[in-house]
Design a protein around this ligand. Structure first.
Ligand SMILES: *[C@@H]1O[C@H](CO)[C@@H](O)[C@H](O)[C@H]1NC(C)=O
Length: 252
């Protein structure tokens, strides 16, 4: 993927952010703070823990150390207070994101309108909602019938279909197989995007690339572009959360 796709995990949750509800980040700021000494680092660890702030970097409060960059999401209600105390303690900081909600909205999924899928214009550097992926799979199968077949793998708990591709040239010989499954962990959208990218690379280069052409004579690739369909849809329609970890994802 060319763009730097960042999965930004918002650690720690504020109590009003109920499970599965739409969470708003209006006026929340992400500050970049660089503690200069052990006292600064300690202070940042303390406020992060006590105020249950979402630490974006480093991964845990304990990992905050002098000289290391800290990215912290501050709820709008605490922005002034925390900026004041950073000034008071002389801790260098600046604003990385001045309104988290605005950035989330910019990359938000429009759940209602599904764009018509066309293989010509399918964008492999962005994330796609589930119904577009179903449609994409169907079109890949139809367009590349010489090398791709699509199969039903089974049904999810919420009764959605899981499909996989078999990619390879038909052969009388016993072929080796390679199995790739994506979208096992629902929040890891990048893996679903990878599988689509991977399939596209194969179907668009297998004729011209002699190595790949030979591989597809010997090997069948079994590819499940998205395994955890229910989870994927869940994370597109609610906040991505796991064990108290909130995730918003966007490109930045
Ligand atoms: C594909 O999506 C990315 C991310 O949203 C965007 O930056 C890019 O311009 C899109 N490409 C095309 C050709 O639309």
């Amino acid at each position: 993927m060319k763009s730097v796709a960042c999965i930004i995990c918002l650690l720690g949750s504020l109590l009003h952010e109920g499970f599965g509800l739409k969470v708003q980040y209006n006026g929340d700021e992400v500050l970049k703070i660089v503690p200069q000494n052990a006292q600064h680092a300690q202070y940042l660890q303390d406020i992060t823990t006590e105020l249950l702030l979402d630490l974006w970097k480093p991964p845990t409060p304990e990992a905050i150390h002098a000289g290391g960059e800290v990215h912290l999401r501050i709820p709008s209600s605490h922005v002034n207070q925390i900026k004041d105390s950073l000034l008071q303690y002389n801790i260098p900081h600046n604003v990385l994101i001045d309104n988290v909600q605005q950035l989330v909205d910019l990359h938000k999924v429009n759940e209602k309108t599904t764009t018509k899928v066309s293989l010509e214009t399918y964008n492999y550097t962005k994330y796609h909602p589930m119904d577009e992926i179903y449609e994409w799979m169907e079109q890949i199968k139809q367009r590349h019938g010489d090398v791709v077949t699509k199969h039903y793998l089974g049904q999810t708990y919420e009764r959605r279909s899981i499909y996989y591709f078999r990619i390879g040239y038909p052969s009388d010989k016993k072929k080796k197989i390679m199995f790739v499954d994506c979208g096992f962990h629902a929040r890891e959208w990048i893996s679903v995007a990878f599988c689509q990218w991977f399939v596209n690379e194969i179907v668009s280069t297998h004729r011209s690339n002699t190595v790949l052409n030979n591989v597809l004579k010997e090997v069948d690739l079994y590819i499940v572009p998205i395994f955890n369909v229910d989870g994927y849809i869940y994370t597109w329609t609610t906040v991505r959360e796991l064990h108290g970890i909130h995730c918003i994802s966007f490109i930045y």
